[in-house]
Design a protein around this ligand. Structure first.
Ligand code: NAP
Length: 254
């Protein structure tokens, strides 16, 4: 494996906790200089402290991905400190469980704004720098809820719409950015143990229902997804672009 990220600069959104935090720790361990960004800078700083304790390099930046000014500032800070951006992991997202007939227009807009528009804003701001460098890698975190596999997921219609949009965006970006030597791929995780799915764990019936559909019969760990992120941002995946890789314990195959 050539997954040595020394001298690489990586931005990870939604990185104060859950999978984003795990990706930040993993990429820093592989040698990358990491921008840990999320809505709360204080929480990001805790992740930065952990990275520094392990002799890694990182910086905390407050960034609400729905706000263009904050996204541009995040990129500016990364360039100001380290002079380049090699990797963007679009990870920040929300998932609200609610029956379709009860979802309000505001709730629909909030999900699409964070999960889809946020990815667009971050990808565009980072790609403007990557185009100048003529190199870069973007990984978009989608979900098995992306559709296209014949597995519809109830009570998260707005979430499914946003994740399906991410897959389409990934393919289009891969084609448009390939001439600049920028690769763009997506990852679709199944049920992963993070605060986002805590709700599932509090209801044994829902949990049983989910695990019954997962052939490996357990939830995934954030670190298992981080290993895939590392592969996709490293030169080991140098011929991959426009792909969506599923990591779900066999859920979609079952
Ligand atoms: P998580 O623990 O809830 O982490 C998501 C992070 O995103 C939180 O720190 C959250 O901050 C942050 N965030 C929310 N809105 C934001 C905004 N506007 N700007 C910046 N950051 C924002 O969830 P996770 O499970 O690690 O999810 C990470 C990604 O994986 C998401 O895109 C999710 O859809 C996807 N995913 C998760 C699963 C799963 O089973 N866990 C499965 C498939 C895909 P706050 O806490 O302050 O809101």
């Amino acid at each position: 494996m050539s997954s040595d990220l020394k001298e690489k600069v990586a931005i990870i959104t939604g990185a104060r906790r859950g999978m984003g935090k795990s990706h930040a720790l993993r990429l820093a361990k592989a040698g990358a200089k990491v921008v840990v960004s999320d809505i709360s800078e204080e929480e990001c700083q805790k992740v930065v402290d952990e990275i520094k304790k392990n002799r890694g390099e990182a910086m905390a930046v407050k960034c609400d991905v729905t706000k263009k000014g904050e996204v541009e500032n995040m990129v500016k800070q990364a360039i100001g400190k380290w002079g380049r951006i090699d990797i963007l992991v679009n990870n920040a997202g929300i998932c609200q469980f609610k029956p379709f007939l009860e979802i309000t227009e505001e709730e629909w807009d909030r999900t699409i704004n964070i999960n889809l528009k946020g990815y667009f804003l971050c990808a565009q701001a980072a790609a403007k720098e990557m185009v100048k460098q003529k190199s870069g890698v973007i990984v978009n975190i989608a979900s098995v809820a992306m559709g296209q596999q014949g597995v519809g997921m109830p009570n998260i219609v707005h979430y499914c719409a946003s994740k399906g949009g991410i897959v389409g965006m990934t393919e289009a970006l891969a084609v448009e950015l390939a001439p600049f030597n920028i690769r763009v791929n997506a990852i679709s995780p199944g049920a992963i143990e993070t605060p986002m799915v805590d709700l599932l764990k509090t209801d044994p019936k829902t949990m049983e229902g989910v695990l019954a559909r997962v052939p490996l019969h357990r939830m995934g760990k954030p670190e298992e997804v981080s290993n895939l992120v590392l592969f996709l941002v490293s030169d080991d995946s140098s011929y991959m672009t426009g792909s969506t890789v599923v990591i779900d314990g066999g859920w979609l195959a079952g």
